[in-house]
Design a protein around this ligand. Structure first.
Ligand SMILES: *Cc1c(COP(=O)(O)O)cnc(C)c1O
Length: 506
């Protein structure tokens, strides 16, 4: 595969072949990264600046250093507990934080009262059929609503649910339904420096081995995320999806997709996988989805809305069960916890998300930030992923053991430095094993700088890069944290921490 060869040749420490871009404007050196010939594709060239005009603005307050120090202490050193009015550049999440387009805002007015047979539902259904290709859709209030439904429908007590790395809410719903998550992602995904172009791939030997060991009947379904959030926004290749689909369907195992960041994955296939360089993203999205029996979706990511999600599928018996359960947990199958206007905005967002220029710029903007950090020697997850740049807190803060919560401490310090809000994705997020009660010990100890869609300019990215580089220059001054309040589930959202100074409690 072309990209593999290039990445292998470049090596982890030389991520960018700048010289190849000599003939074309390439201020960041990014165009050359995955393109051997130095002839960038049209979509990438057009992505050099934001492909939109700003039509409405929201003023932000830049808090002083004293205000930031007080705010992070009030928040128990957990960036989730900061108030957003105390944040200058908010990279906590790309979930529900995207800017809606003028067309989406207009669509809000068209939304009908959502209850039985809402017209807005049928417009959403048409968008899902056109863009994803699934026959049926059941709306939910957000992605985890869909994860709840599918887990309750497909999992019997004690069954295994293999997946390409866990995601917090996904695994929580699988466990709630009595399932046991098994990680079948390739080993490279757990290594922040492995230069693999499709680090989200399923390890077919791991999956086949599990099927042999426990038997297909003990596997509820296989759940594949595209891209893989917790691995650093890493994509899955089309070839891998094809192979996983063949393996599952040979054993009559359903294959489900976490399609939350599907379009980003499709763009990486367009860039990196043989045979897709001249295929529009919309076509790649349809091809990817053709390998799955259905998907869960958080509209708050790819679909460019502030709230919404859905479960989509081809199978009528799954649809029937989903319709039975959705009335219990979300609402009628024609609104699933959403207002008509929410479904309208999501229907428009689903069509906008597959615009080639939009998605090219999004991926480019993430890379633009990541490349500045690489150039300054800041350790990040490579290759740079689709929705976020992940700081590698193990290498950033080698003086802090993992039980001193280095990623949590780094996220807090970055906020104090510049008012940039990020998120811990390490030992705190990983939580405890429900059987043994012991902490999961993830190999990856990361801080996620997540880029909202169509919200910040590349200039904001410069400010973020400068702050991270500044904190990196003073990294020895960062002390560990200890947890002083630990919620029983999804603890990272509400946990509180206190600084540890000179080895003892502050
Ligand atoms: C955000 C997310 C979810 C859950 O979606 P919500 O809309 O937040 O409930 C599921 N999977 C992945 C990969 C996500 O990033």
């Amino acid at each position: 595969m072309q990209a593999t060869a290039l990445l292998d040749a470049a090596g982890a420490s030389v991520p960018c072949a700048r010289s190849r871009a000599a003939e074309v404007p390439d201020p960041t050196g990014l165009l050359a990264l995955y393109n051997r010939s130095g002839q960038p594709q049209a979509a990438i060239v057009s992505a050099l600046a934001e492909p939109y005009r700003i039509k409405a603005v929201e003023s932000v307050h830049v808090p002083t250093r004293a205000e930031r120090e007080a705010a992070i202490a009030d928040a128990g050193y957990n960036t989730f507990l900061l108030r957003s009015r105390d944040v200058y550049i908010d990279l906590l999440t790309d979930s529900g934080t995207g800017a809606m387009s003028d067309r989406q805002w207009s669509a809000l007015m068209v939304g009908d009262e959502a209850y039985a047979g809402a017209t807005s539902f049928y417009r959403l259904e048409a968008a899902v059929r056109d863009v994803y290709g699934f026959r049926y859709v059941v709306p939910t209030h957000q992605g985890r609503g869909a994860e709840h439904l599918i887990s309750q429908i497909l999992i019997k007590q004690g069954q295994y649910v293999p997946g390409n790395m866990y995601f917090t809410t996904t695994r929580a719903h699988q466990e709630l339904a009595g399932g046991v998550f098994v990680d079948v992602i390739i080993d490279e995904a757990h290594d922040p420096r492995a230069p693999h172009p499709f680090k989200g791939n399923v390890d077919l030997a791991k999956l086949a081995g599990l099927i042999d060991r426990v038997g297909a009947a003990n596997i509820a379904y296989v759940n594949v995320a595209v891209t893989v959030n917790m691995a650093g926004g890493q994509p899955v290749s089309m070839a891998n999806l094809r192979a996983v689909s063949e393996l599952c369907h040979r054993h009559n195992i359903l294959l489900w997709c976490d399609a939350t960041r599907l379009v980003e994955n499709a763009y990486f296939i367009h860039e990196r996988e043989e045979g897709y360089a001249d295929r529009p993203v919309a076509e790649i999205v349809r091809a990817m989805m053709s390998y799955f029996d259905g998907c869960t979706m958080s509209g708050k990511k790819d679909a460019l809305v502030n709230i919404g999600g859905f479960l989509a599928m081809n199978d009528e018996s799954v649809l029937q069960r989903a319709r039975e359960l959705v009335v219990l947990f979300e609402g009628m199958p024609t609104y699933g916890g959403l207002a008509g206007r929410d479904m309208e905005a999501m229907a428009v967002g689903i069509r906008e998300m597959v615009d080639d220029q939009y998605i090219a710029h999004r991926i480019h903007q993430v890379r633009y930030l990541g490349q500045q950090l690489l150039d300054a020697g800041v350790p990040i997850v490579e290759p740079i992923g689709g929705h976020a740049v992940f700081l590698d807190a193990r290498r950033f803060l080698p003086h802090l053991d993992q039980e001193l919560l280095p990623a949590q401490a780094l996220a807090a310090q970055l906020y104090v430095d510049s008012g940039v809000r990020s998120m811990e994705r390490g030992i705190v997020s990983a939580g405890r094993d429900p059987q043994t009660g012991r902490n999961h010990i993830p190999k990856l100890e990361l801080v996620r700088l997540t880029i909202p869609r169509r919200v910040y300019t590349d200039r904001h990215m410069d400010v973020v890069a400068q702050s991270v580089i500044d904190v990196f220059g003073h990294r020895e001054d960062i002390h560990g944290l200890r947890m002083v309040y630990e919620p029983p589930t999804l603890r990272f959202f509400n946990a509180r921490f206190a600084p540890i100074r000179d080895g003892g409690p502050a």
